[in-house]
Design a protein around this ligand. Structure first.
Ligand SMILES: [Ca+2]
Ligand SMILES: [Ca+2]
Ligand SMILES: [Ca+2]
Length: 324
């Protein structure tokens, strides 16, 4: 991968948009926001990249308030990577997990839904590691106690399995939420995205754009049921597609059929709205991206963002509705 590292934050903040409130302890924001909690990298300090990935998590401690997950991709001895889970109500740490040496656990994180059927949402965390001789992994941790439910292993060296993770929703209708794990690969690899059963952890389907260097799978997400078949559908980003532009692919969650392709880079999706970066912004992958995996860490400052992320209709792909 050729993109430079641009997310050097050591702080993750949970913020609530407000009309009048000023910025809190995290610093000064351009937008009017009220800072609810500020989480500092607790132990590992410089170079740990606490805050590399963040996600909300459906209430896991039963206080009725949504909780938070923070990834610390290089934290711990030998870049194990760490995953921190905090109470959204109090900001207190609920539990912490670590990967194995070199795994970079917490590179990507998401609410997995309740995979083990205990009534509490669980956590999926990507641990892709670095280097062409590394096979990536993805963990599913219990949201109730942080215990490891499963450690999934990639399929080949250098596949970066776990560089992006998401719940897939229940795409096979067995009542258990399934998983979506991206493996964009390195160098000229074409990349894949794996749809994995949340019940058996066997691969249901492998998605691929079959184009070398596309980095297909470096962003993954589930979305609403866009084709009306009653199953959630899936989005996969391929930022290397058409160098400097990227592409996004939407698949039927039920059949894996390609529904739509966008010639831009997926940032995030929710409820049928798909946020895209227009090509002119792709030179600054860390600016506003939810998932901007990069293997080349550099102190090079990012170039200025030349335009804003946009939202498109997930239903019909109609043009951007408003800047975000
Ligand atoms: Ca659970
Ligand atoms: Ca399922
Ligand atoms: Ca569907």
């Amino acid at each position: 991968m050729s993109r430079v590292f641009t997310r050097a934050t050591a702080v993750a903040a949970v913020v609530l948009a407000m009309s009048t409130a000023a910025a809190g302890a995290s610093g000064t924001f351009l937008q009017p926001v009220h800072v609810l909690h500020t989480f500092h990298g607790p132990t590992t300090g410089k170079g740990a990249f606490f805050g590399w990935a963040v996600s909300e998590l459906r209430d896991v401690n039963g206080d009725g308030v949504t909780d938070a997950i923070v990834g610390e991709v290089d934290g711990g001895a030998k870049t194990r990577g760490r995953v921190w889970v905090y109470s959204g109500r109090t900001g207190h740490l609920l539990f912490r997990r670590s990967g194995r040496p070199g795994e970079q656990d917490g590179y990507a994180i998401a609410d997995a839904g309740d995979v083990n059927g205990d009534g509490v949402s669980d956590i999926v965390s990507g641990a892709p590691g670095q280097g062409s001789d590394i096979v990536g992994h993805a963990y599913v941790y219990s949201g109730a106690d942080g215990g490891t439910i499963v450690r999934l292993r990639g399929h080949r060296h250098g596949d970066m399995f776990g560089a992006a993770v998401s719940s897939a929703g229940d795409v096979n209708g067995d009542g258990v939420p399934d998983l979506l794990v991206g493996a964009p690969g390195t160098g000229a690899a074409s990349g894949h995205a794996y749809v994995i059963s949340g019940r058996t952890f066997r691969t249901i389907r492998v998605l691929s754009a079959h184009r070398r260097g596309d980095e297909f799978g470096d962003g993954v997400a589930r979305t609403a049921d866009l084709n009306g078949d009653g199953m959630p559908d899936l989005i996969v980003g391929a930022s290397g597609k058409n160098p400097g532009h990227g592409a996004a692919y939407v698949y039927s969650g039920r059949t894996g059929r390609l529904i739509r392709t966008w010639p831009s880079l997926v940032v995030a999706s929710t409820r049928g709205l798909i946020r895209l970066l227009p090509p002119s912004t792709i030179t600054s992958p860390g600016a506003g991206l939810d998932k901007a995996p990069s293997r080349t860490k550099s102190r090079t400052p990012p170039p200025p963002l030349r335009s804003a992320p946009l939202s498109c209709s997930g239903w019909d792909g109609s043009p951007p509705e408003w800047p975000v």
